[in-house]
Design a protein around this ligand. Structure first.
Ligand code: CA
Length: 229
């Protein structure tokens, strides 16, 4: 079976050594980078199965890297687990808002990190149940992660895609911000994310959906709904 490749971007040598050893022991192929710029280069060239990303890095920090990778459709589907210090709560929240899949707080046990890596990859590899959702000129393919409007592909981040998919699947029902937070970001993380994160993603979606954006309706003091046809 092909080994999953994990890219570890971390500038502390002892953490690199510890994590690399434990991941290799668990059967992963591990690539490492000790600076933000080289980490970003490797991520783009190799497109690993998963990235473990420290936030405080020389040259380009982890937040910038997350932003760049999640905004490019070639790299937006690569899961990212961010490594943060306890004192970096604000950065951690920003990282998750930008589309990072999980986080681990330093100091951490390597065993816990390996378990998180496996869990994130398991979620990624679940065979998606293909469903094509339509609304006017908008088509969303749940398995291929493709959204088009009038046949033109729309670039969405993975969280924007999930928000749109959840709303479309609700078939016109109103969903609260809390429901969307729990559903898209997961219950564990939703406690750490503010509801305005949902509003921010809705705002981005409205811009990107162009002539179909009016279907995304704000229901005052409640949440959002998406009108199909
Ligand atoms: Ca660091």
């Amino acid at each position: 079976m092909k080994k999953n490749t994990v890219l570890l971007v971390e500038d502390e040598a002892n953490i690199v050594e510890l994590v690399k050893y434990n991941l290799e022991d668990a059967g992963f192929k591990v690539l490492t980078a000790t600076r933000g710029d080289t980490g970003l280069d490797t991520a783009r060239k190799v497109r690993p199965d998963l990235i473990i990303l420290d936030l405080m890095l020389p040259e380009i920090n982890g937040i910038e890297i997350t932003k760049i990778l999640k905004q490019n459709e070639k790299t937006s589907q690569i899961p990212i687990i961010i490594l943060t210090a306890k004192t970096q709560e604000a950065d951690r929240i920003v990282g998750l808002e930008l589309g990072a899949d999980d986080y681990v707080t330093k100091p951490f046990s390597p065993r816990e990190l390996v378990a998180r890596v496996k869990a994130v990859l398991r979620r990624k590899h679940e065979v998606p149940f293909t469903k094509i959702l339509h609304a006017g000129f908008l088509i969303l393919d749940t398995a291929k992660y493709i959204v088009t409007v009038k046949g033109k592909s729309i670039e969405l981040t993975s969280k924007e895609f999930d928000v749109l998919k959840t709303l479309m699947e609700a078939n016109g029902r109103v969903l609260t911000r809390d429901f969307l937070l729990e559903h898209v970001w997961g219950y564990d993380q939703s406690a750490n994310i503010e509801t305005r994160t949902v509003d921010m993603h809705i705002g981005q979606l409205r811009k990107k959906l162009k002539q179909e954006s009016a279907r995304l309706v704000t229901v005052k003091n409640v949440g959002y709904r998406f009108d199909l046809d």
